[in-house]
Write a protein that binds this ligand. Structure first.
Ligand code: 5GP
Ligand code: MN
Length: 334
C-alpha cells in the first residue's frame, strides 16, 4: 500500500467514525473473515462499524465472532440503506467491482463518503479513494492482517481478530495448499496460533458440518460428474430439482467443484448449479497449473475471480449452457 494512502487512512481513523464494511454477495470464509476481523479491529479503536452483507452468509460461518451483528441487506433494505448512507467511511473487502454486491450496488453508487478497497482479485475497478489490491495474496484476510500492520497496530491483533483472519486464510488457501500460500502466510498463521487461535477446532467448525441430506446431495453431484478426458476436464451439474430433493441449504455445494480436480490428470473442473429463483446457472471453475479460469469466466460466462478459482453465470438453460461449455472446452489447449 502507498505510504501516503496509509497516512491518509491513519488520519481518517484518528477520530471515531461510523463505518460500513461490505463483503461480496454470497460471502465465503474469506469475505466474512476479513470483514469481521476489520470490524473487531475498528471496535477496538473506538469506531462504530457495521458489517453489511448483500445477502445471507452460510451456516458454517455462523460461529465466527461478531457474525450475529452482521446486517443483511436483502432482509432489511431500509435499515441497511440508512446505515450505508450514514457511514462516514466504507470498506469493501474481498471484491473489486461494485456489481459483486448485487442489488446493493445502486445504493453504494450513490454514496459520497470515501471507499477503501482491500482485495486480491484481478483487475480492480476504480471506485475507491484508497485501493489496496494485490493478486499476489491468497486471501483478503492476509491483506487485512497487513493493513492493520501498516497502520502500526499489529500488536492489537488478538484472539478474536486472529480467529477471523485465520478462517479466511484457511478457506481461501484450500487449507494451505494453493500456490499463493507462502512462508509469510505460514508465519502469520504461526503468530495467530500463538495468540490462542483454535487452529484444530476451526477446520472442524468449517468443514465437519455435513448433514445426511447434504452428503446425499454430494453423492448425486459426484454421480453426475462428466469427464472430457482429452481436455483433462471434469464437470458436475446440479439441477434445481436435485437441490430440492436433497433439501439444499446455502453452503451445501461449497467445495464440491474441487472433487473434479482430485482426479489424477484432471486440470480443469467446473460445477453448474441451477438457481430457479434467479433464473441463472451459477458456475464455479477451478484449475491446476497455468490454465486461467479467470479469463475463461470473463470471456464466456460473465464472471471472473483468480487464475485457478473463478466463477460466473449463464442465463440460458442448463442444457444450452453445457453445450456451450463443451464446445468451448473442445477448442481449449489444455
Ligand atoms: P466460487 O466458485 O467459490 O464461488 O468463487 C471462486 C472465485 O471466483 C472467488 O474469488 C469469487 O469471488 C470469484 N467469483 C465467483 N463468482 C463470480 C462472478 O460471478 N463474478 C466474478 N467477477 N467473480 C466471481
Ligand atoms: Mn478471497
Amino acid at each position: 500500500m502507498k505510504a501516503q494512502d496509509i497516512q491518509a487512512i491513519q488520519l481518517l481513523l484518528a477520530t471515531p467514525k461510523k463505518i460500513a464494511i461490505i463483503p461480496h454477495r454470497n460471502p465465503d470464509g474469506d469475505a466474512m473473515g476479513s470483514t469481521l476481523a476489520l470490524y473487531h479491529f475498528l471496535i477496538k479503536n473506538k469506531h462504530l462499524p457495521v458489517v453489511v452483507s448483500p445477502n445471507e452468509f452460510p451456516d458454517f460461518l455462523a460461529w465466527l465472532p461478531g457474525s450475529e451483528t452482521v446486517k443483511i441487506f436483502e432482509k432489511d433494505k431500509a435499515n441497511c440503506t440508512k446505515i450505508l448512507e450514514e457511514a462516514e467511511l466504507i470498506f469493501t473487502l474481498d471484491f473489486n467491482a461494485l456489481h459483486r454486491v448485487g442489488e446493493m450496488e445502486h445504493v453504494l453508487a450513490q454514496l459520497t463518503s470515501p471507499f477503501i478497497m482491500i482485495d486480491h482479485h484481478e483487475k480492480p475497478d476504480d471506485y475507491a479513494a484508497y485501493t489496496y489490491s494485490d493478486i499476489g495474496f491468497g486471501s483478503t484476510c492476509e491483506m487485512v492482517h497487513n493493513f492493520i500492520s501498516f497502520l502500526g497496530k499489529k500488536f492489537e491483533i488478538d484472539k478474536t481478530i486472529g480467529t477471523c483472519i485465520y478462517t479466511g486464510i484457511l478457506t481461501d488457501s484450500g487449507s494451505f495448499r494453493f500456490p499463493k500460500t507462502t512462508g509469510t502466510t505460514h508465519r502469520i498463521i504461526a503468530d495467530l496460533i500463538d495468540l490462542g487461535v483454535e487452529n484444530t477446532q476451526i477446520p472442524t467448525l468449517l468443514f465437519d458440518n455435513s448433514s445426511y441430506s447434504s452428503l446425499q446431495l454430494l453423492g448425486r453431484a459426484l454421480q453426475n460428474m462428466k469427464i472430457l478426458e482429452a481436455q483433462k476436464t471434469a464437470y458436475i451439474t446440479l439441477t434445481q430439482a436435485e437441490l430440492d430433493t436433497f433439501n439444499f441449504k446455502k453452503g451445501d455445494t461449497e467445495g464440491i467443484v474441487n472433487y473434479g480436480l482430485s482426479i489424477k490428470g484432471i486440470v480443469f473442473a467446473a460445477i453448474f448449479i441451477e438457481n430457479a429463483a434467479e433464473k441463472i446457472i451459477k458456475i464455479s471453475f477451478r484449475s491446476q497449473g497455468n490454465f486461467d479460469v479467470n479469463q475463461f469466466a470473463r470471456d464466456h460466462f460473465n464472471g471472473g475471480g483468480h487464475r485457478n478459482a473463478a466463477g460466473g453465470k449463464s442465463e440460458v438453460s442448463m442444457k444450452e449452457t453445457l453445450i456451450k461449455f463443451e464446445e468451448l472446452v473442445l477448442e481449449l489447449k489444455i
